[in-house]
Design a protein around this ligand. Structure first.
Ligand code: SF4
Length: 246
């Protein structure tokens, strides 16, 4: 019996990524996401599932051409999206193939579908880039349309496994930037014991034109990005708990 090839919907790839994990990375952006973030800069990926169907074998062959380069650059491969856990079988096959090439692997996820990441997948994942969009459940739901708890359950599972996390927090003025909104998240992150760094990412509007193209309302149009000082103040809250921030 011949097994059908594992295929997935791929939005795009980037061969020299520098912001999605350590070193220079081959980044695979998969289509589909369970959240509906108001600031999503790839609504064509997350809301509309646009992309190209590719087999895992074909994509791994492409990655193999960059394997030596990214290894020598202290990098590896990041499976991003959308949310890669929206297509867990495909993500699992890619991570397995990358480990067979001896590559460092990152999984970039909101954790909302953390239940789709089985132990085999996580064994092939060296680092999780975990987006926690807000600490307060109503704020989280208001930003993403989904509940926070699955992400916290996933974070706790990663902590129990000792799997390293780089936590990401998009700072949205007037929504999740108040010190009292950030401090409990910082306390929680510090308590986990596996958060290696925290990236506080200022809101930007670079994906706004895609919302217009898709005929979707961009509800943060009137929200100014945070100032350098606001972003620095948010980072300081994490740093005060002994967490490294960028
Ligand atoms: S989790 Fe990421 S890809 Fe999904 S909607 Fe939010 S910002 Fe977009």
């Amino acid at each position: 019996m011949t097994l059908a090839p594992i295929t997935g919907l791929v939005h795009s790839v980037e061969s020299c990524g520098t912001v999605d994990g350590p070193g220079i990375r081959f980044v695979v952006f998969l289509s589909g996401c369970s959240l509906r973030c108001r600031y999503c800069h790839n609504p064509d990926t997350s809301y509309c599932r646009r992309g190209t169907t590719r087999s895992a074998a074909d994509l791994l062959e492409e990655i193999s051409r960059y394997a030596t380069f990214v290894k020598n650059a202290g990098g590896g491969v990041t499976i991003s999206g959308g949310d890669p856990l929206f297509q867990p079988d495909f993500a699992r096959a890619l991570l397995r193939g990358c480990k067979e090439m001896g590559l460092h692997t990152c999984l970039d996820t909101s954790g909302h579908l953390g239940c789709n990441a089985d132990d085999a997948m996580l064994a092939d994942t060296d680092l999780v880039l975990l987006d926690i969009k807000a600490w307060e459940p109503d704020t989280y739901r208001g930003l993403t349309s989904q509940p926070l708890q699955p992400t916290l359950d996933f974070a706790a599972r990663l902590a129990a496994m000792g799997k390293p996390i780089w936590l990401r927090y998009v700072l949205v003025p007037g929504v999740n930037d108040a010190p009292e909104a950030i401090a409990p998240l910082a306390d929680y992150a510090a308590s986990l014991g596996n958060v290696e760094r925290v990236d506080v990412l200022p809101l930007h509007h670079m994906g706004r034109f895609k919302w217009a193209e898709l005929g979707l309302e961009y509800t943060l149009a009137d929200t100014e990005p945070p100032t350098t000082e606001q972003t620095a103040a948010a980072k300081e809250i994490f740093r005060a708990r002994g967490l490294m921030t960028y």
